[in-house]
Design a protein around this ligand. Structure first.
Ligand SMILES: *Cc1c(COP(=O)(O)O)cnc(C)c1O
Length: 362
């Protein structure tokens, strides 16, 4: 029996999800977003699993592009935040990475691009309403002209924007952003990319030429009350551990730090070897479901660093050494996230170094 917390990454689910995304997004092509160590699933692992099928990858920063090239991936790779300094540009040319250009300061660095090192492919990033990264719509024509005049830049300039609320399928923000982007870019050729995962599901008008999907690739949904599985995707991570103790506790006794939960009767309390030191959320509320063997049982008391406590009143067959499943295909991570005041991406991204990663083909 191992008491290690194990994250099992399902390579078959990753491949299934990419195939489903391609079908949903067609005729647009799919950039597999693998930032943040592939949403906690492991950058190299995910890229290897998808290699034959992914037409392009998207990463947050240059370092991840370097890792993908070092692992031998030859696809197009888009660095979503572009260069962080002038030196990054030379490195992007060397590695043949596409750079998103979102700020004035990057334009200054770009004037130093040496065409002899190979033409840099760029995506002009437009702020259509999220107000995080991007040029204001009224500046797009001027910036586009500047980029087009630079000899070191590939003449096919991509056009990119990002949505703030695309999971709100009946909201007004996304149509406004689509309209803003369309108006700002109407006079230019070049590939367009607007949609993240939720937009692929809810906003077909925003397909463009490339969609940039992370969450759904891992089977994760951020649509309120919906799981990735509800849209035909499969979770790519199972997080599990073992039951290491079962203790009979008396009626009226308090469980765990600060005694936030009191036993309503004499009852068996289980202890499983996982905690916020592994990335299980400390904010998970009492009542958050956990699977012991086949049985769903509620978490009770506070999540501690290495351990959680469980109400085993409805799991009479539970025994020490049983597998305890925190999330996975049988228990949606979206549900655990909702019980913890966050989104599924936050949980999968939060796995710590002591979690053992294994792979299977399912
Ligand atoms: C993270 C990110 C995405 C992917 O979003 P998902 O909801 O995971 O599909 C797309 N575009 C940009 C700019 C991003 O930062």
């Amino acid at each position: 029996m191992s008491r290690t917390t194990v994250a099992t990454i399902h390579l078959g689910a990753l491949r299934h999800n990419l195939a489903r995304l391609k079908a949903l997004a067609a005729p647009a092509k799919v950039m597999a977003v693998v930032k943040a160590d592939a949403y906690g699933h492991g950058l190299e692992r995910v890229a290897r699993a998808l290699n034959g099928e992914a037409e392009a990858f998207a990463v947050a920063a240059l370092g991840d592009g370097l890792r993908l090239r070092a692992a031998g991936h030859r696809q197009r790779i888009v660095v979503l935040s572009g260069p962080d300094n002038a030196r990054d540009i030379t490195e992007m040319q060397r590695l043949q990475l596409d750079a998103a250009i979102h700020h004035e300061v990057q334009l200054q660095w770009l004037t130093q691009v040496e065409p002899a090192r190979g033409r840099l492919r760029v995506w002009l990033k437009i702020d259509s309403g999220m107000h995080r990264l991007g040029f204001a719509p009224e500046r797009v024509a001027e910036v586009h002209a500047q980029l087009a005049a630079m000899p070191g830049i590939d003449p096919e300039i991509g056009l990119l924007t990002h949505f703030s609320d695309s999971e709100a399928f009946d909201g007004e923000q996304t149509p406004a952003q689509i309209a803003c982007f369309t108006e700002a870019t109407g006079m230019f050729d070049g590939p367009r990319s607007l949609s993240n995962s939720a937009a692929v599901l809810g906003w077909p008008a925003a397909r463009g030429d490339w969609v940039r999907t992370g969450g759904l690739l891992y089977g994760l949904s951020v649509v309120d009350g919906k799981t990735g599985a509800d849209f035909g995707f499969r979770p790519a991570m199972t997080l599990s551990t073992r039951l290491i103790a079962i203790n009979p506790i008396k009626c009226g006794e308090r469980i765990g730090y600060n005694g936030t939960w009191t036993c309503p009767e004499d009852m068996p309390v289980g202890v499983a070897a996982v905690g916020y030191g592994d990335g299980y959320p400390r904010s998970a509320m009492a009542g958050t479901p956990v699977l012991v063997g086949e049985q769903r049982v509620p978490l009770i008391g506070r999540v501690s660093m290495d351990l959680i406590t469980l109400d085993l009143r409805h799991a009479p067959a539970a025994k020490i050494g049983d597998r305890v499943l925190l999330w996975g295909p049988e228990l949606p991570v979206e549900l655990i996230a909702a019980q913890s005041g966050t989104i599924s991406y936050d949980l999968t991204c939060g796995m710590t170094r002591r979690v053992l990663f294994v792979e299977d083909e399912s």
